[in-house]
Each structure stands twice: as C-alpha cells, then as structure tokens.
Design a protein around this ligand. Structure first.
Ligand SMILES: [Cu+2]
Length: 117
C-alpha cells in the first residue's frame, strides 16, 4: 500500500512538472526590450528555447493603432520566427505575440521599442 501511495505521489509530481517543461521561453530577439532604433529592421526575428506554436503577432503604435504586418504564422511548431516589418515612422511601438505550448497553454510575450527616425 505504501508503495502504491508513493507511486501516485511520484506521478502527481510528474504531472505538476509537465506544464513548465512544455513551455518555451524567449531566448533571443533582434530588437531588445525598450530599444531605440534609427529605423526598423527589415525583419523581426524571435528565437524560443524550443519548438512552439505562434498563434499571432501584432504590431501597434503608441496610440494603440495596429500596424499591418504581411505575415502569417506557420502552422507547424518551430523554435524561430522571422516576421517582415514595414518601414516605420518615428514613435513608440509594441510587438506582441501569443505562443501555444505543446500542452495547449497560451503564453503572451511582447517587446517595446522606439524608432527615433
Ligand atoms: Cu502549459
């Protein structure tokens, strides 16, 4: 009986640990958080710690207006994404995304930056 209890406890621990393992973290972006840039790079690249789904990514300006991106996330999970950026006028911008982990959980992320012009 004691062995069974321990087996159940071990299984519970594995279950608890799984969500963190299933999630990925941002390893690298080519625009640093709060960066000030003379002009937008042609492409925003983001690398995750492992394969993840990208549900969506949006670019908004300082007034909250959406700046159209000519990009459709791939259907399959992958660890790096390259999103073409349009030319941007000076101002503050936010790139916000939502990834989907292997366990189906959505994870938000964002990078804020300024185009100084
Ligand atoms: Cu999860």
């Amino acid at each position: 009986m004691k062995r069974l209890v321990m087996a159940i406890a071990a299984a519970a621990l594995v279950t608890l640990a799984t969500p963190a393992l299933a999630h990925t973290t941002v390893r690298e972006t080519n625009i640093a958080e709060n960066a000030t840039l003379a002009r937008a790079p042609a492409t925003f690249t983001i690398v995750f710690s492992g394969a993840t789904g990208l549900a969506n990514i949006t670019l908004t300006d300082s007034t909250g207006c959406v700046v159209a991106l000519n990009y459709t996330p791939p259907r399959q999970m992958t660890s790096s994404f390259a999103i073409p950026l349009p030319a941007l006028t000076p101002g503050a911008y936010t790139l916000a995304w939502r990834t989907i982990a292997h366990d189906g959980h959505a994870m938000p992320g964002a990078v804020h930056f300024t185009i100084s012009g």
